[in-house]
Design a protein around this ligand. Structure first.
Ligand code: PMP
Length: 444
């Protein structure tokens, strides 16, 4: 039970007066969470929720996972912090361990405290290495909240060069079910043709850069905030080739897709059969503890070492101990395999609901990185309006399940739970979601 002294009303008052951190809340009646265990969260009144969003794909192995908690406690008693001017074993042991999960030549690691910091650093490294400035990303992407990374993000702020997102559902080319997905019910469509058109868009973006000015191409293997958007097969492969021809480097943002979330692979980029020049990671790396990382090649690292960069907390002993135990837990609990099995089951079942309801336009994703794109009707594919989205979201929450939202129009429900969820949890969710959608359809 909760020992917090403020009641809901007082907390909302503090939020209004003193708390600027993250004003967004999905719900008309906000959730006041105070405790978590594995895939479960409890609010201050003791109500339990199945957490299918995991703080935006952040809690990877489970809230307060006993193994990670134990490792954290051991380190808490030993050493929290020492500046990286001194050498401490946790940092070196962790870098060695993390490097073993990455293919050659991605072996040099710089630890940060967040995804924004990792991406900010990646941009700087790319510019130092190539001597170029322009960074290209997808419209609809999210890469962080710092000044530079906001420029990569779908917001209004200092936009960098954005190319058309190769979204085969909402974009002009592709068919609704055009993707590389394990769901049996999916029909084939002309990926190659769609791919060609999206690649032409990328080439047009190059054309608007000064010649040889591209420093990097930034992309998530599956877009997270954009609404679990998957690209046509071979898109990343061809894009990487073109970017490298211009003298730029390729960066995979694995903040949401990394650490086994996509099920079939440990890293999302492996599902595209590419090896980036740089990988950025955060969220799942620490199971909710603030850790981030940039991993790159020895060649690119050399260009950066000259810059002599300092970070007080990046790679602190506590963060390294946590991140290290997260890697062990993913292996020991077969978390990646669970992502694949439970995620595939969820998508297969969701595809049935898609066929049943006019408002579920698309179900997509890989492993436990899943999106359900909601539409007014399948013919027009117009996004379901925000009021309808929030009505459904509120209903799902009131019945005890937390899911996320994304997409340029806020039209996609997102499922990115702690990777320990079970088939029984999925069945519970499906019943809850079915009830919410049928309730909404009846009221309409
Ligand atoms: N990249 C991606 C793909 C993200 O989803 C996020 C956070 N939503 C970030 C970067 C930024 O990470 P952080 O919030 O840890 O700065």
């Amino acid at each position: 039970y909760c020992t917090f002294t403020q009641n809901h009303k007082q907390m909302m008052e503090i939020r209004k007066q003193n708390c600027m951190t993250m004003k967004i809340t999905y719900y008309k009646k906000p959730v006041f969470i105070h405790q978590g265990y594995m895939q479960w969260l409890w609010d201050v009144d003791g109500k339990r929720y199945l957490d299918l969003f995991a703080g935006v794909a952040t809690v990877s192995v489970g809230h307060c996972h006993p193994k990670v908690t134990a490792a954290t406690q051991r380190q808490l008693k030993k050493l929290w912090h020492t500046t990286n001017i001194y050498i401490h074993p946790e940092l070196h042991e962790y870098c060695d361990k993390l490097a073993s999960y990455l293919p050659d030549p991605l072996k040099v690691i710089y630890l940060t405290n967040s995804g924004s910091e990792a991406n900010e650093l990646a941009m700087l490294m790319a510019r130092l290495h190539t001597g170029n400035f322009d960074i290209i990303t997808f419209r609809g992407s999210y890469h962080g909240g710092s000044q530079q990374t906001m420029g990569l993000t779908l917001t209004w702020f200092l936009p960098n060069k954005q190319t058309m997102c190769p979204d085969v559902f909402r974009g002009p080319w592709g068919g609704s079910y055009c993707r590389d997905s394990p769901v049996q019910t999916i029909r084939e469509c002309s990926c190659a043709q769609a791919n060609k058109h999206y690649i032409e868009q990328l080439e047009e973006t190059f054309a608007t850069s000064a010649p040889s000015q591209i420093a990097a191409f930034f992309g998530e293997p599956i877009q997270g905030m954009g609404g679990a958007v998957q690209y046509p097969k071979n898109y990343l492969k061809e894009a990487y080739k073109l970017v490298r021809q211009t003298g730029g480097i390729c960066i995979a943002d694995e903040v949401q897709t990394g650490f086994g979330r996509t099920g079939s692979h440990f890293w999302g980029f492996q599902g595209h059969d590419v090896i980036p020049d740089m990988v950025t990671m955060a969220k799942g790396i620490g199971n909710g503890f603030p850790v981030g990382a940039v991993v790159t090649t020895p060649e690119i690292a050399v260009s950066f070492v000259k810059a002599s960069h300092f970070n007080t907390f990046g790679g602190n002993p506590l963060a390294c101990a946590v991140a290290s135990s997260v890697l062990d837990t993913i292996r020991e609990d077969s978390t990646q395999q669970n992502s694949l099995h439970v995620g595939t089951y969820l998508m297969t079942q969701m595809a049935k609901l898609r066929d049943k309801y006019e408002v579920i336009g698309d179900v997509r994703g890989k492993g436990l990185q899943i999106g359900m794109e909601m539409v007014k009707d399948k013919g027009s594919r117009e996004p379901l309006p925000p009021e309808a989205m929030s009505e459904i979201l509120e209903d799902v929450k009131d019945t005890g399940v937390l899911i996320g939202k994304g997409g340029v129009h806020g039209q996609t429900f997102r499922i990115q739970p702690p990777m320990c969820i079970t088939r029984e949890d999925v069945d519970f969710f499906l019943a809850v979601f079915n009830k919410a959608i049928s309730g909404y359809t009846d009221r309409k």
